[in-house]
Ligand binder design. Structure first.
Ligand SMILES: O=C(O)CCC(=O)C(=O)O
Ligand SMILES: [Fe+2]
Length: 398
């Protein structure tokens, strides 16, 4: 079983935040180690494309009938593997708030109209996306998470708790697209193309502010022209079949299927970007508090804010700390029972990596305690403080 491991180093080493002026690098997956990917891209939060990453995947080898066309979906094969599930599609010709309108259709209807589009078919309009195929049909192992992306606290926690995950499949005809956005919670994403090509526009963090209107709203759609006109720094990249795009935290992006395109992607976070998630969560809570400020005197105002935070942001403080404690407990156990294997997807985690995870948790919780972030949530504050002491002791004894 392959191991994900990093070099022994001080978790408090400064991280360079600069990015390459030359564009987004393309590196063959076999030419870079996990540790290099960690140091050069994941920790400094820089995008990269890793090529030839999917050649052993079942979906890469069977979902596309390459004898016909490089992006021809083998509809018969998919039907033989999958039941007629309800699947989520985005209607790329409508807009609801800052995303496309979502609806549910039957998989076989979607595939049939893909294969033989009729006059009023929605082929170039409906984009099958955010489809939890992996969790819907768990026995069907159609891909393996590349080891580069295996330090994934979000899905590790959700899967071990039997909760809804952030692992998706996307199937979109030429012309379907994903609106301008940064990823949920401020997570990373990775996206691997099984077939077809996608055009990505990427903006380094904060560049998107140049596009904000006077209410601080960002555009639904950008074009090269609108980006240039606003003096925005951006990268345009074409993702080819078999390539993985690593999308760093807080980088706004827009994606267009320039051909019929099929991809797998995950959202995730870990010790490298957990502080950004916490910052985003706090800022989303500030928005909620501001919105219902006139109810401030009501009983249970702070608990109510947490309910609203969960509804608007998809996660609240209790969820966030549940993830931290789950990950922390597992790393603590592995350190104690030295040599116990840590199964993460189908990888094990090395000792330096486990220590890195604990140090990043300790750094985060120290900030939470020292800056009194949980002043309105006393009980949570006490739990965090005592958990921090446990982690510190464990790190000190390494
Ligand atoms: O492929 C797409 O349409 C969108 C993918 C995306 O936004 C992501 O992977 O973060
Ligand atoms: Fe995204």
């Amino acid at each position: 079983m392959a191991q994900i491991e990093i070099e022994p180093f001080q978790a408090n080493d400064p991280v360079s935040s600069s990015y390459s002026e030359a564009g987004i690098e393309r590196i063959a997956a076999k030419d870079i180690t996990y540790s290099e990917f960690f140091t050069r891209f994941m920790r400094p939060n820089r995008p990269v494309i890793l090529t030839s990453i999917a050649q052993n995947w079942e979906c890469f080898n069977h979902w596309i009938d390459r004898s016909v066309d490089p992006s021809q979906l083998d509809v018969q094969y998919l039907k033989s593997k999958l039941p007629n599930l309800s699947v989520p599609v985005a209607d790329c010709e409508t807009q609801r708030y800052n995303a496309h309108e979502k609806l549910e259709v039957k998989l076989y209807d979607f595939l049939d109209s893909w294969q033989s589009p009729s006059e009023n078919s929605k082929r170039g309009r409906y984009y099958l996306k955010d489809w939890h195929l992996r969790s819907m049909v768990p026995e069907y192992g159609f891909y393996e998470t590349p080891h580069f992306f295996a330090s994934d606290w979000l899905n590790e926690y959700l899967l071990e708790r039997g909760l809804d995950d952030y692992r998706f499949v996307y199937i979109g005809a030429k012309g379907t697209w994903t609106a301008f956005h940064a990823d949920v919670f401020g997570s990373y994403s990775w996206s691997v193309n099984i077939g077809g090509r996608k055009l990505w526009y990427f903006l380094p963090p904060s560049e998107e502010q140049k596009l904000a209107d006077c209410w601080r709203n960002l555009p639904f759609r950008v074009t090269e022209r609108s980006l240039q006109d606003a003096g925005v720094k951006f990268y345009a990249v074409q993702q080819q079949p078999g390539e993985a795009v690593f999308v760093p935290t807080g980088w706004y992006h827009q994606v267009l299927n320039v051909e019929d395109a099929i991809s797998v992607n995950h959202n995730w976070f870990n010790g490298c970007n957990v502080a950004t998630l916490w910052r985003n969560l706090r800022s989303a809570l500030c928005d909620v508090r501001r919105e219902i400020d006139d109810c401030r005197d009501m009983e249970n105002f702070d608990e109510h804010c947490q309910l609203m935070l969960k509804a608007s942001f998809g996660m609240n403080y209790a969820d966030f700390f549940a993830i931290i404690y789950h990950i922390g407990d597992k790393r603590l156990k592995w350190l104690k029972d030295d040599g116990v294997e840590m199964k993460q997807y189908h990888y094990t985690m090395g000792r330096h990596h486990a220590v890195f995870d604990l140090v990043s948790i300790a750094n985060l919780l120290s900030e939470v305690v020292e800056l009194n972030h949980l002043a309105s949530y006393r009980e949570m504050q006490n739990t965090v403080a005592s958990y921090l002491e446990r982690i510190k002791q464990a790190i000190a004894s390494v």
